[in-house]
Write a protein that binds this ligand. Sequence first.
Ligand code: BES
Ligand code: MN
Ligand code: MN
Length: 463
Amino acid sequence: MQQLLAYLEANRERTLAELKEFISIPSVSSQSDHADDMRRCAEWISAHLKAIGLEHVQVMETAGHPLVYADWLGAPEAPTVLLYGHYDVQPVDPVELWSSPPFEATIREGNIYGRGAVDDKGQVFAHFKAFEAYLKNTGKLPLNVKVLVEGEEEIGSEHLDAFVKEHADLLKADLVLISDSDMFARGVPSVCYGLRGLAYMEVEVTGPNGDLHSGSFGGSVHNPIQALAEMIASLHDRNGRITIPGFYKDVLALSKTERSSFRKLPWKDRKYAASLGLKELYGEKGFTTLERLWARPTLECNGIWGGYTGQGAKTVLPSKAYAKISMRLVPNQRSASIARLFEKHMKKIAPKTVSVKVRALHGGEPALTPIESPGVRAAVVALEKGFGKKPLYQREGGSIPIVVQFKEILGIDTVLLGFGLADGNAHAPNEFIVLENFFGGIRTTLHFYNELPGIWAKDRRKH
Ligand code: BES
Ligand code: MN
Ligand code: MN
């Protein structure tokens, strides 16, 4: 270990230069003019994994963006870890709000800024550097690894399901490891054992059969933007609860133990509100902020449009109005049935003055992973060694839909070992990863791979 840690130290500058190169490839999965960059990024990862000594490295095709597979299977007695991550990133707009160009990673104030710095290039790359340290110094890894880096996570992992089903043998492993989430706070490492799911909907409301002069027609026609706004406003009641009938039916109640463990976490609503520039927080009555973020379902309007939004004024009574609405889900809600309830409800509350169409864009299931598993125990030891501090246990409000698919298709649990920060601007301008989290992340993964085989074997003997 001492030798490996010294190797990491000695190679800090080169490691940063490589991460910058990785970030410089604009792998925006949602924009078709970046299709070539997607492939270039997959090729870059593949070349890198070959160079550090992984085997069977290949760029594999899907019906969408390619993904990268690699493995190292030279430890027959030891468990096999499937490392999953994504190389695709979110769009950069509004680009004028970035302090440095999004695809030119820049170090300022101890952070690395750039699109993908934390979500998820920097976090995946930390694992690559741990593999490199082992392979260059000892010629082997302490266990078997399979690496799967996909290019469609940010657009709902549309083709990954089919890929996992088709390649179930290739991907067979004892546990999944993902670094694509956050630590509890700066300098406070944590293991994450829960993610929310997602049901993402689009609503189209049509009023009159064409745009109308608002003077000639205003007063006789229900404006579809108004109708849609009224519908959206009615989706929450005065207690911040969602009004869709049956919405909460499958929600797993928080246990007393879990509520009290959340309460013990270092958290101040006032500080949190201030950090967001808010005087007051909002949410479902009867629950704390962390409970609402991690273990309660929510409904958000992501965007609403229609009519005239260009320069100056235009007196129009538009024909159509649209909204994108997403719901974060918790165990044991299922995205398909929530999508159905949403559609039924929107049609029911639509006034007779308009017609409404509802479309489901994508979904993902919520996940909870067992915290007594050997994988989580290894993560706890590794985080303590990597960051010099005992980690906390937490859940997350975000979603990684493939976690449940790994469980349902491959039958394996996921360990979430995140090095991001909730205020790290993921999906926003000036995304960053804290340098110390990046290097702490490399040390932690190094320890994780070292600790897991022993903890795994002990667990085997017990059962
Ligand atoms: N890395 C995030 C998920 C995440 C964020 C987990 C914060 C834990 C904490 C991931 O890249 C992401 O953005 N997921 C999407 C999923 C969606 C596109 C299906 C999300 O949560 O919105
Ligand atoms: Mn991510
Ligand atoms: Mn993301």
